[in-house]
Design a protein around this ligand. Sequence first.
Ligand SMILES: [Zn+2]
Length: 86
Amino acid sequence: MKNNRQVRVRKNLHVYYFRSAKAGIKNIFITETYRSQERQNYLYAQGRTRPGQIVTSTLNSNHKSRLACDIAVGPPQSLYDVVALN
Ligand SMILES: [Zn+2]
């Protein structure tokens, strides 16, 4: 069951895609949407207790509430988690 904020995020994403396509930007893709707390903990550890670049500043990301998604424009340059795309 989606709440109003989740519906709004989804709607805004559709508008974003539509406007981007209209502007000739077609190589857009979503790299990550929902995250479990375990996944957020894993990302938070990166650059802190695990090697790598810091990729998040919080343990309470909007990704956990399905209110955030990460968008990239191709061709992929150096996405922080290319493994997630495979
Ligand atoms: Zn994000």
